[in-house]
Structures are given as C-alpha cells and as structure tokens.
Design a protein around this ligand. Sequence first.
Ligand code: PLP
Length: 396
Amino acid sequence: MKSTKKIGKSTKAIHAGNSHLSEIGEVSMPIFQSSTFAFPSADEGAARFAGTKQGYIYTRLGNPTINALEENVTELEGGYKGFATATGMAAITTVYTALLHQGAHVVSSETVYGPSRVVLETIYAKYGVESSFVDTSNLDNIKKAIRPNTKMIFIETPANPTITITDLKGAADIAHQHKLPLVVDNTFASPYLQRPFEFGADIIVHSLTKFLNGHSDVVGGMIVVKDENYYKMIRPTFTSFGGTMDPHQAWLVLRGIRTLGLRVERSQENAMKLAQFLITHPKVLWVTYPGLPEHPQYEIAKKQMDGFGAMIAIGVKNGLEGGKIVMNNVEIFTLAVSLGGVESLIEHPASMTHASVSKKEKIKAGISDELVRIAVGCEDYEDLRNDLDQALNKIL
Ligand code: PLP
C-alpha cells in the first residue's frame, strides 16, 4: 500500500502486499508456481545476481507470491522487511543461526515453545553455543543472566504454554543497554494484538501455522526485521540454508490473513467468556488467562496488547488424571496440538508440545503435569462452554 500510516489493522491484513498484483487486474494474489524465472538477456541475469538490477531469479531467493506475504506481515508488524519460511521453527533457527556463533550465549525465556528451547540445548550446544533459560517475566532475571559473550535475548510473550507475559519495553531496554538484539516470538498474540517493534524489539518471529493462517491447514513461518542492518545479517542464512516457503503455501497463508481481524476478535471474545466461566467451575483449580485481573502480569498485558488473545491454561481437579478425562471427553474441542485456527483445540503440553523439555526444566518453567492448554476458536461460545462443562463434570 502507498501510505500505511493511518491504515487500520484489518485493512492492512486484507490489502498489504497488493503492490505485487499485476496490471491484469486480479483481486487475489496469483500463485506464481514457478521455481525459476527467465532473464530477458544474459547481461540482465548477471545484473540480477550482482544485485545491480531488481528482478526475480529463483524461488528460494524470491517469488512474487511469497514476497506479497512477506510484505503483508511486515506491514502488520510495522517492520522493515520479512522473510517467509517453511515453518515457524525454520524462522526461529534461521535467526539463531544468523545471530549466533561458536562461543556465543543466548538468554531466553524459560517458557517457550518446546523445540525453540531444545534446539539450543542440543543442536546449537554441539556447535559451542551456550544458553540460559530464565523467567523473563521478572526483568531482573534477564539482567542477571547476561554475560560478556551474550549475543541475543529471545523471548516469547504470551508464552507457550503457561501464558506468561514478559514486559516488551523493559526487555528491549535491557537488551539495548547491552547492545544486544531483542528477538520476540509473537505467535501467540499475532500482530493484530501485539506489535513488539512498538516497544523496541529488533526481530520478530512467527509460526504462521497459527493465528496468521488461521485454518489449521498450512505450516509456515516468518521473520520480520526492524531495519536494514538485521535484514543484511539474516538474508544470507535465509537463502542459503533453504528453509524458504513454497508459493502455494504463501498463497494459502495470504488467504487466511485476510480474515485475521474477524477471527482474532471472535476467538478472544470466546476466550474471555470461557476464562470467566472456568474460574468459577468447581472442577477447575486454576485458570491462567491474561484478561483475568488475577493473571500475575495482567497490567503489563493491558499495556502492551490490544486484546488478551485466545490461549488459556487450566489446572483441573485430580491433576493429570482429571485433565485426561476432560481431553478424552470433549466433543466440540479437538484433542490436538497447535492453535490459532478457527476450531478450538485442547492438549497436554507436558506430554505433547513440550515433551522434549526435561522434567526438571518443565517443573522450573511451570509446565506442570496438571496444566491443560486450551486454544479457543471461533465456534459459538455456548457450545464451547457446554462442551467443557460436560467434560469437566465427568471428573469425580
Ligand atoms: N512458536 C510458537 C509459540 C509455537 O507455538 C510454535 C508451534 O507450536 C512454533 C513457534 C513453531 O512453529 P511451527 O510448528 O510452524 O514450526
């Protein structure tokens, strides 16, 4: 879009990236299902490779459909440029690989998506990368964990699966005092509810698989950088490691993003009502949802988010046994990992999404056996409430 300053979030979600439409007049971005692009002359091909002329070369290096998606998410986040990746994990590992080196150290939230943490502890550790996992909801823990060799601060807020919130501005200030980049996994909020660049973040990563695509039918990821410096730092890893997206995948995500505003509004409205219902339910011991004043970081969530999102963590009577009864008896909720789709899902992080995290670290990070994670979708609220109610009432 020519001028995006005063444009609203839903308008951006629907129109951003449209500069890639052709003069034919199509309204929906076509799928450029081509692995390579013809050069009009040998000199032009050489110039494109040299970077002295703009133009497409090969889909791993750039493709109009993928670029439209990159531009769309970049505008939603208010960033400089984006890189669309095959999955959310490809986005995260591309950033890790580009920013870290042998002997480098990372400070990360202790509660992050399981593989985002485990890949540092296992694979990157093999190459001499050190990492510290701390409760970043307490900013002092970030300060204390920084070492002379720290090269990056990585946070996830709201965090998977404890729905812990980290103060974005506070974390960015600490990072910048130490001349470090703050990388934020913004998957749980989506740019519709939270734009970390507004609070000082340097790089944002997403699993597009979740709210941005929104239909549980595609995996994908995105890196958005705040400036050219980070763009230059990341691009060689992005293009050479090959975790890039496919044009058809990009088209599906673009199609999903068009309804981002409608889906997020509906699912978070359902989530707020469900959280308020669950907290009064006799079979529920505790509820963690940032929209409840009882949430320990409720005030920070209000400050940095436009809404409280659609993710809830609960603990039920009889711990894991009780949780299993709920998960095995829901009829409208689906027992499945992932989140951010139009359908509501329920899962058990300790044995599923976070199974790869060690028992000791899970306990420290609050990923208890009794925690059941609920990803609220866009169904009718009464049906979701009644479904959870009947499943909870099966706990004796
Ligand atoms: N970040 C968060 C917060 C996630 O929840 C996930 C997946 O669940 C990922 C990253 C990884 O995304 P993907 O599964 O698309 O690789």
